[in-house]
Design a protein around this ligand. Sequence first.
Ligand code: GLU
Length: 321
Amino acid sequence: MNKLHLSGIAAAALLVAGTAHAQQTFISIGTGGVTGVYYPAGGAICRLVNRDRSEHGIRCGVESTGGSIFNINALRSGELEFGVAQSDWQYHAFNGTSRFEEDGAFEGLRAVFSLHPEPFTVVARADAGITSFEDLEGKRVNIGNPGSGQRGTMEVVMNAMGWDMNTFSVVSELQAGEQAQALCDNNIDAIVYTVGHPSGAIQEATTACDTVLVNVDNDVIRALVEERDYYRMATIPGGMYRGTDEDVTTFGVGATFVTSADVPEEVVFQVTRAIFENLDMFRSLHPALGALDAAEMVSDGLSAPLHDGAARYFTEAGLME
Ligand code: GLU
């Protein structure tokens, strides 16, 4: 990867000469479906990075992808420089467990910072007779596309519940961005999505037809949360979406921003700096980012080592010892 870091004066001189953009570093961020939160969050990151492009020469772009597991695999192959990933899949990728057992530990995975909470969200058609998670038995359920975080997490939950593909009358593997319409077209009874709130996809599913968000709270779920550091109980506030006035209790993970040890320190430093120096603006760019807190962002849900560039920024900014 080409990297050119210019001092302010040198950059100004080059700008006059019209060659400041001759050498640039391109970075791509892997996100998720366009109606999720990863995609707009990635867009917000790029917007802040690109504002200072004349100083650091980094050009940031966003890609809509299949989600967490796809993004981590793309970091590993060098296809992407950054990605957003659920905290449970960051953990498993770095440790070579669960879905990552076959490929082995991704030792070059690096954490940059954490983002918003992501409750495991189940939305059902109001006419499907589903009032709790257990009611999904025998129903038509979208369990998510392979490569998405929710698909991986749903498989872990199904395993713990003693469920398999035959538990449901129909299993679909639609992409996150397609599931709201499939629900409202009555092709399925329920969808699962591990996503920040509010999100476009859940807004679509709750306004385009009559639906309800259901609790995902039973002894099996409580035991999973108890056993694993990367899960916690979570609440989706009542009144956030049409049709669901009461708080919804479920479990959740956190969204995290990750990269590879192969990405140069200066690039990760500049990306981290762009977000933390403009945190108020970053929070205002999507409602699901509104409650982000700098102290939590440097540690929450990060199980891979911090990238050296992020660690350097956090130390310089006094956010880390
Ligand atoms: N958590 C989902 C995943 O890992 C993506 C959510 C989003 O796009 O906001 O695939």
